[in-house]
Design a protein around this ligand. Structure first.
Ligand code: GDP
Ligand code: IMO
Ligand code: MG
Length: 419
């Protein structure tokens, strides 16, 4: 079977965790291919909410293989914390998580570098989650990194110490240092936990699954607008969050990709810094934040909120080759009299319907829709959707040329309508 991919189409937090958990019933394998603990994927079922950071969102389905691919960066300390949480919930993660030997390790001094870099940037800071993501991918491309496979080698401690020394030298240039002693024991304890998992040559294993007709869903982290190449650079993350990233981050050829699910909120949010054309600074923005509980799953920061942006949505549909759209959090708009969608951008009298090189300084041109003003969170069928909601969805489908095949009307697994 070909590998299906599920990606966020905005600036993250579109509801990927919820939908991957929902779709897991159809897949043998759920595979993360990029990002790391900067992600926070929330799942809710039987009244329990759980947030995953590095572990794939198929973990609550018995018998599902959860694969952490070579493109992911793993913080052993945070990984251990996630494992401990799962064990407390009665899940045995040792049985169904496999980890690529080629995945890179986030070490504590990467986090110190992340913090120092952000502090030095001052007002122009990225608004990073401070999980060490940028410095770890820099060490990967700079060919200095440590990988999961290295922890089984006899000289792992020496390699670790050499990398920490390298980081201490860089930190000196930021006029700061890193207190190794305070974290080394915790880090090495966490390495022992990581060691207990099955480490695999994941590119071979994934291709074997494909050849054996197993069903695989690749679970994206972040969103296309945070992609290192196609996002709102430099206010992005350090990995390729687009569909092509699944090929790199798992070792599969482009002709092995099947469906590409693109997930977006019925409005849009962003955490951290960077331009945001449809951002609302008024009570409508406050209302979106309150109704949508828009606070970060990883950092708890309030998310910036705004209206849906078609200029961006059309761009990301093109970049990713989206075959199926998934709209989440439509219920959040239940009590809005009017709903808006940006259909173009305007700057100094110039109109653009395509994403400009830099979206900073462009103003939205809106189309208004009548709100549906009715509770939708209990609806089970598209036929029962209010006509105003159908109009909203139909407009998005017409403009993007892609069908909205799933609509999510609440955080729970059950609050999902398949068309
Ligand atoms: P992810 O990073 O893409 O997995 O998304 P997050 O988990 O960071 O953020 C999505 C938030 O919205 C979580 O709190 C989810 O429980 C919640 N959520 C997901 N889908 C829906 C939905 O359709 N309606 C509502 N009201 N909440 C949702
Ligand atoms: P999920 O998978 C939302 C944002 C940060 C910051 C920028 C860079 O839950 O959707 P980084 O820590 O990667 O150096 O931060 O990217 N960011 C996210 N925003 N959801 C995420 O993941 C994010 N991961 C990173 O807020 O602006
Ligand atoms: Mg999230």
């Amino acid at each position: 079977m070909k590998v299906d991919v599920l990606l966020g189409l905005q600036w993250g937090d579109e509801g990927k965790g919820k939908i991957v958990d929902y779709l897991s019933q159809n897949y043998d394998v759920i595979a993360r291919f990029q990002g790391g603990p900067n992600a926070g994927h929330s799942l809710e079922f039987n009244g329990i909410k759980h947030v995953l950071h590095t572990i794939p969102s198929g973990i609550f389905h018995e018998g599902t293989v959860n694969l952490i691919g070579n493109g992911v960066v793993i913080d052993p300390i945070l990984f251990k914390a996630e494992v401990d949480d799962l064990i407390k919930m009665g899940v045995n993660p040792y049985d169904n998580i496999v980890i690529s030997k080629k995945a890179h390790l986030i070490i504590p001094s990467h986090k110190a570098l992340d913090a120092a870099s952000e502090t030095a940037k001052g007002k122009t800071k990225i608004g990073s989650t401070l999980k060490g993501i940028g410095p770890t991918y820099m060490d990967k491309t700079g060919r200095n990194g440590l990988r999961v496979g290295n922890i089984s080698e006899s000289d792992f401690t020496e390699k670790y110490n050499a990398l920490v020394n390298k980081h201490q030298n860089i930190l000196k240039q930021f006029n700061t240092s890193f207190d190794e002693k305070s974290v080394n024991i915790e880090f090495m304890d966490a390495i022992e936990v990581l060691r207990k998992f099955t480490h695999i040559d994941s590119e071979f294993e994934v291709n074997e699954y494909i050849n054996k007709n197993k069903t695989i869903l690749a679970e994206g982290a972040q969103g296309t607008l945070l992609d290192i190449d196609f996002g709102t650079y430099p206010f992005v993350t350090s990995s390729n969050t687009v569909s092509a990233g699944a090929c790199i981050g798992l070792g599969i050829a482009p002709n092995k990709i099947g469906k590409v699910y693109g997930i977006f909120k019925a409005y849009i949010t962003r955490v951290g810094s960077g331009p945001f054309t449809t951002e609302l600074f008024d009570e409508t923005g406050e209302k979106l934040r309150a109704e949508g509980h828009e606070f970060g799953a990883t950092t708890g920061r309030p998310r910036r909120c705004g209206w849906m942006d078609l200029v961006l949505l059309k761009y990301v549909v093109m970049i990713n080759g989206i075959t199926d759209l998934i709209m989440t959090k439509a219920d959040v708009l239940d009590s809005f009299e009017t709903i808006k969608i940006a259909t173009a951008y305007e700057k100094d009298g110039t109109i653009s319907e395509t994403m400009p090189f830099d979206i900073e300084g462009w103003k939205p041109v809106y189309k208004e829709f009548k709100g549906w003003n009715t509770k939708t969170s209990d609806l089970k069928s598209y036929n029962n959707f209010p006509s105003e909601m159908k109009d909203y969805i139909t407009f998005i489908e017409k403009e993007t040329g892609v069908k909205v095949s799933i609509v999510s009307l609440g955080p729970d697994r059950e609050q999902t309508v398949l068309r």
